[in-house]
Design a binder for this molecule. Structure first.
Ligand SMILES: [Zn+2]
Ligand SMILES: [Zn+2]
Length: 263
């Protein structure tokens, strides 16, 4: 399994993209930086998108990749609908507020009802399902709005757990997963741990407790990559993450745009 970090930040600029990961070029996790990071031919290869929650920095490019796919289908060049998986709450919010025939067309019925650009597929919590040949399980995490993390396991048994945005309290997830790679977030720096936790995010200090609990329960730590970084705090966060890696004696690093991780 190869995981590519498309977007590792919570702001978009020429130096950074919004949160988005891509597994083996076909399965996207969150869509903050999907179209801004990929060529049109690479966008065409993306078959399915898993969304953790409906905050704009995670859903932005669903509309844009859907639009391009609709143009391709409408031109008769391809006939593959992009599958978008998330909880019913997230899909309903997308329909109500983005693909609502006002902000953008309803791509679940365009260019035609029979062959649409996008199909919404609700997922059930804790219920494993097969998506593009991967075993996928959605597990709720604690954020300011309803959010799920996804464990994605390939046919050869390699697994990633991606939390999306999350605050402290990940320990209830740990019993459900056994990943070789954990991708989670470090939105804030340790100085702001209290404030960061209150708005449903993590700092390196807050993450430390979560990882200690993981190791106590599972007897190992996976490789950890941190994204959703706030650009004004990035230099400090990077130093704090290096310190955390040393304290726990484990492989923990900041993600960056273009990073590729093989497990
Ligand atoms: Zn969020
Ligand atoms: Zn976010």
């Amino acid at each position: 399994m190869e995981v590519q970090v498309l977007g590792a930040h919570n702001c978009e600029s020429t130096e950074g993209r919004l949160t988005s990961l891509l597994i083996d070029q076909v399965l996207a996790l969150d869509a903050g930086g999907l179209t801004s990071s990929l060529s049109l031919s690479a966008q065409a290869k993306v078959s399915a998108i898993l969304l953790t929650h409906y905050h704009f920095d995670h859903i932005k490019d669903v509309a844009l990749i859907g639009y391009y796919n609709g143009l391709v289908i409408g031109s008769g060049l391809d006939n593959k609908t992009k599958m978008v998986y998330s909880t019913a709450e997230v899909l309903d919010a997308l329909s109500a507020h983005i693909l609502n025939d006002k902000i953008f067309p309803d791509f679940t019925r365009w260019p035609s009802k029979e062959l649409a650009a996008v199909k919404f597929c609700p997922v059930e919590l804790y219920h494993p399902q097969t998506i593009e040949g991967y075993r996928v399980v959605a597990i709720p995490v604690k954020h300011s709005v309803p959010t799920v993390g996804f464990e994605v396991t390939s046919g050869d048994g390699k697994a990633i757990f991606y939390t999306g945005d999350t605050g402290p309290g990940l320990s209830h997830c740990w019993g459900h997963i056994s990943p070789q790679l954990l991708i989670t977030e470090a939105t804030g720096s340790n100085r702001f741990s209290k404030k960061t936790a209150e708005v449903g995010h993590l700092t390196p200090q807050l993450l430390k407790q979560e990882l200690i609990e993981f190791r106590q329960l599972k007897g190992y730590l996976p490789k950890v990559v941190l994204i959703h970084i706030s650009p004004p705090l990035e230099v400090v966060i990077k130093e704090e993450v290096a310190q955390l890696a040393e304290e726990l004696g484990s492989e923990i690093s900041l993600g960056y745009e273009g990073m590729k991780i093989s497990i």
